[in-house]
Write a protein that binds this ligand. Structure first.
Ligand code: GRF
Length: 213
């Protein structure tokens, strides 16, 4: 049986697309059972549709940058009804609050386009360029109540060149995002992560079990 995951999106959807492609290619033993967007015009919704995945536009009118109120309840209900066991944030532009975090405790992942804890928040690639770092990258982490603060699962680094623009650096990082996100999801599905305080230890392949409840 394939592991049921739910994906939250707001925009372009390239990470969602990479996940769906890896599933199709048999590299990821998951099934995307629901995609929810807070924006009607998100390209990610179209991608989900192209792959035949159930996709929903659920607006959150109460606030612009957090998921709260009636919308938050609807998101939880929709994912629960679909039997989702892991939530993937893929360019979702809202902060999750306690009711949602509690509903999927320890089962929410995000990807961030920088090497956390550097350059948290918006425009991470621009922050990295402005700071002048020579290496940046991406981070898959568990989501907790802090913004871009949860335990780090996987990271990948890329060089930053003198000639880089925000766009060229973002593209270089994005290629790695598309790889490490699926890898992290597969490790979770196989039950190969052990969290000790903030440290996520990756267990070797032989001990694998399916992380189904
Ligand atoms: C990615 O850069 C991701 O790291 C960040 O938001 C962006 C989403 O891109 N969290 P996409 O919608 O997956 O193309």
């Amino acid at each position: 049986m394939k592991f049921p995951i739910g994906v939250l999106v707001s925009g372009r959807g390239s990470n969602l697309e990479a996940i769906l492609l890896h599933i199709k290619e048999g590299k990821l033993n998951a099934e995307v059972v629901a995609v929810i967007s807070d924006r009607e015009d998100a390209r990610a919704l179209k991608i989900a549709e192209d792959y035949g995945v159930d996709a929903y536009y659920i607006p959150c009118l109460e606030k612009k940058t957090v998921l709260v109120g009636e919308a938050e309840k609807k998101y939880i209900k929709q994912f629960k009804e679909k039997g989702v066991k892991l939530i993937i944030l893929a360019g979702f532009m809202r902060i999750l609050k306690k009711p949602f975090l509690d509903a999927f405790n320890g089962r929410i992942m995000n990807i961030h386009p920088a090497l956390l804890p550097s350059f948290k928040g918006l425009d991470a690639q621009k922050q990295a360029l402005e700071y002048g770092v020579k290496i940046s990258g991406c981070t898959v982490h568990f989501v907790d109540a802090g913004v871009d603060m949860g335990p780090v699962i996987l990271q990948e680094s890329v060089p930053v060149y003198d000639s880089d623009s925000v766009d060229s650096l973002s593209q270089r990082i994005l290629k790695h995002e598309h790889e490490i996100y699926s890898r992290a999801i597969q490790l979770f599905i196989e039950g190969r992560m052990k969290i000790e305080d903030r440290r996520v230890r990756i267990l070797s392949g032989e001990k694998k079990k399916i992380n189904s409840d």
